[in-house]
Design a protein around this ligand. Structure first.
Ligand SMILES: Nc1ncnc2c1ncn2[C@@H]1O[C@H](COP(=O)(O)OP(=O)(O)OP(=O)(O)O)[C@@H](O)[C@H]1O
Length: 275
């Protein structure tokens, strides 16, 4: 579990994060949702320690991270896997070398053990045998898979993904979402995904935190998100026509159900034996 408390961050007098607190649960997909420029990526970077918050703290499974001693921060960092926007593979390295990279940097594994681990991770993301390929030979979806294999290679406890779907067609995006969800549940990882994709919310969002202009305006589950009365959140969700249609259909179904129940009730009342 990751806990953040009262995170503030400004750049040159411009407030980007304004006192954000919350909990990200283990074995769950935790989404940071919000429009462009609302501070999602900055919050993610504050959590992993790439940006130092001006105020506030982050705790990983009870261990204080922000401003803690370097060796403790490094120990936590070793447990973090990152999937960057655009995959960020090393173009001059093969797939195998890309996935092996964090193992070389972060573990004392022998070469044989590392290659076994690389092969295991490639198989897990559906890329068995792609070891010798170069990133330039891969599709966008395959690159994301290599990025996921690289992120989980050192047995990460925490997984951070910055818009893992960007640039993918809807079908491939769904497959990548499902893969991240499966891996999260299988290895009991605390996963945080930055997104503005409502499809991801509906498909895999166990817990959602909605940011607006640097503030947390709402948090809840995907089943609750369609029924809030927060204007900014509704404007965000229903800017998407498919979401408006989904909401309309849900409301029509609910009305039909209520009518059916009322008719059934009236029928039972009518047929009640007198006295
Ligand atoms: N290093 C930085 N220096 C100055 N300003 C920054 C820096 N990083 C981010 N910002 C500003 O902080 C604000 C929030 O940026 P952030 O990247 O977190 O938005 P976002 O919600 O992730 O948007 P998107 O969905 O477009 O990626 C933006 O106005 C951005 O210009």
């Amino acid at each position: 579990m990751i806990e953040i408390h009262n995170i503030h961050k400004s750049f040159g007098g411009k407030k980007v994060l304004d006192g954000i607190s919350g909990v990200f649960e283990t074995g769950k997909i935790n989404l940071l949702l919000g429009a462009s420029g609302t501070g999602k990526s900055v919050l993610l970077k504050c959590i992993v320690g790439l940006i130092k918050p001006d105020l506030g703290s982050v705790t990983f499974d009870g261990t204080y991270f922000t401003n803690n001693k370097l060796d403790i921060r490094q120990e936590i960092r070793r447990k973090i896997g990152m999937l960057f926007q655009g995959s960020a593979l090393f173009d001059s390295m093969t797939v195998e070398e890309n996935v092996d990279f964090p193992l070389k940097m972060l573990t004392n594994m022998s070469r044989k053990e590392r290659i076994e681990r690389v092969n295991f991770c490639l198989k897990r993301v559906g890329l068995e045998g792609a070891n010798r390929k170069m990133p330039s030979e891969l599709s966008g979806g395959m690159k994301k898979r290599v990025g996921i294999a690289r992120a989980i290679a050192p047995n990460c406890t925490y997984l951070f993904c910055d818009e893992p779907n960007s640039g993918l067609d809807p079908q491939t995006a769904l497959k990548i979402d499902e893969l991240i969800k499966e891996i999260t549940e299988e290895y009991n990882i605390t996963t945080i995904i930055v997104t503005h994709d409502m499809n991801s919310v509906i498909e895999i969002g166990d817990k959602i935190m909605f940011l607006f202009e640097g503030k947390k305006l709402w948090e809840g589950t995907k089943d609750e998100i369609m029924d809030t009365d927060i204007k900014e959140l509704n404007d965000f969700i229903f800017a998407n026509r498919l979401m408006r249609d989904a909401k309309r259909i849900e409301e029509e179904d609910r009305e039909e159900e209520q009518e059916r129940e009322a008719e059934e009730h009236a029928r039972l009342e009518k047929n009640k034996p007198a006295g």
